[in-house]
Design a protein around this ligand. Structure first.
Ligand SMILES: Nc1ncnc2c1ncn2[C@@H]1O[C@H](COP(=O)(O)OP(=O)(O)OP(=O)(O)O)[C@@H](O)[C@H]1O
Length: 260
C-alpha cells in the first residue's frame, strides 16, 4: 500500500535553530497516528510539513505521492483536511456555522459571493450532522462554545472528503464534558473504514480516541519512538520523553497518565 506520508531524514531549520532533526517516518492510509511530546518539541512543525504548508530545510517529504518542493503544493493542499486553532482564528466571528463548513469547498474562510452547489450544501449538512452540529447550523461561529467551535473546525476540515486529516490539539482548552464528547466523535470517525489517514497532535494521552493505531513521540526535534500505539504509549517511553516518572494505564481503549 502506498504511504500517505513519508518523511526521509527531514530537518527544519529556522533562524539558525534546528527545529526538526533527521526525522524519518511514514503513515499509511489506514493509519490513525497520535503525535505526543513536550512543549517546543516540534509537533506543530511536523504537522505543517504534513499539511504541505512549509518545506523541509533538508531531506524529503512526500505527501499524497507528491514531493514537497518539486510538486505543486496547490494540487496537494485541497486533498488534506487540517483543523488547527491558527486556521480557526481566520474565521470571521459573524460567519454562520453552515458557511464555515461550506466555504471549505472553495478553500476560503469568510463567505463572499460564491454560488454554492446544492450538492455542497447537502454534504455540509451531512457533515454537520456527523459532528452533532445540525442544531447550530444558523448560529454565528463567534457565539459558539469552545467545544462547539472545535467540532465546527473538524467538520470544515472533513467537508472536502480529504485523503489525509491533520488535527492540531483538537481537544485543547475543552472542559471535561466537551472533551469527552469530542473524543467519542473522533473515536467513531477513526474506526470508520471510509475515514482517511489521521494524524493528531495532542498534549494529553487522555485525549487519544479509541481506534487510534499508531503513536510517534517527538523530543527536541527528533523521533524518540514511533510505531504501534501500545508499543509506544508506555510508562517507559513517556517517562523518558517528559523527564518525569509517569505511570501510563489503559482501560477500555483509553489511556491515563499520572506521576509515579
Ligand atoms: N521561526 C522560528 N524561528 C526560531 N524558532 C522557531 C521558529 N518557529 C518555531 N520555533 C521553535 O521551534 C520549536 C518547535 O516548535 P513547535 O511549535 O513545532 O513545537 P510544539 O511541539 O508544537 O510545541 P507546543 O507543544 O508548545 O505547541 C519551539 O522551540 C519554537 O520556539
Amino acid at each position: 500500500m502506498a504511504s500517505v506520508l513519508s518523511f526521509s531524514d527531514v530537518s527544519v531549520t529556522r533562524n539558525g535553530t534546528t527545529i526538526l532533526d533527521s526525522i524519518s517516518w511514514s503513515a499509511e492510509a489506514s493509519d490513525r497516528w497520535v503525535i505526543l511530546g513536550p512543549n517546543g518539541a516540534g509537533k506543530t512543525t511536523l504537522l505543517q510539513l504534513a499539511a504541505a504548508q512549509i518545506h523541509p530545510s533538508s531531506g524529503k517529504v512526500v505527501v499524497l505521492e507528491s514531493t514537497l518542493g518539486s510538486a505543486d503544493v496547490f494540487d496537494v493542499r485541497p486533498r488534506i483536511g487540517f483543523a488547527s486553532t491558527a486556521l480557526a482564528r481566520r474565521v470571521p466571528n459573524s460567519e454562520r456555522v453552515i458557511d464555515v463548513v461550506l466555504t471549505a469547498a472553495y478553500s476560503v474562510t469568510g463567505r463572499w459571493n460564491e454560488q454554492y452547489e446544492k450538492v455542497d450544501l447537502r454534504r455540509a449538512r451531512r457533515v454537520l450532522a456527523e459532528w452533532s452540529l445540525s442544531h447550530l447550523e444558523d448560529r454565528r461561529f463567534g457565539d459558539l462554545s469552545d467545544g462547539e467551535q472545535k467540532r465546527v473546525q473538524i467538520a470544515r476540515s472533513v467537508m472536502t472528503d480529504p485523503e489525509l486529516l491533520l488535527l492540531d490539539e483538537p481537544a485543547a482548552s475543552l472542559d471535561l464534558g466537551a472533551r469527552e464528547e469530542l473524543v467519542q466523535l473522533l473515536s467513531g470517525y477513526a474506526k470508520a473504514e471510509s475515514a482517511p489517514a489521521i494524524v493528531m497532535v495532542t498534549h494529553h494521552v487522555e485525549e487519544i480516541p479509541q481506534g487510534f493505531t499508531h503513536a510517534l513521540i517527538i523530543t527536541d526535534g527528533t523521533v524518540h519512538s514511533a510505531g504501534k500505539i501500545d508499543d509506544v504509549v508506555t510508562s517507559e517511553n513517556l517517562s523518558a520523553a517528559f523527564g518525569l516518572e509517569l505511570i501510563i494505564t489503559k482501560d477500555a481503549g483509553r489511556y491515563t497518565a499520572r506521576a509515579a
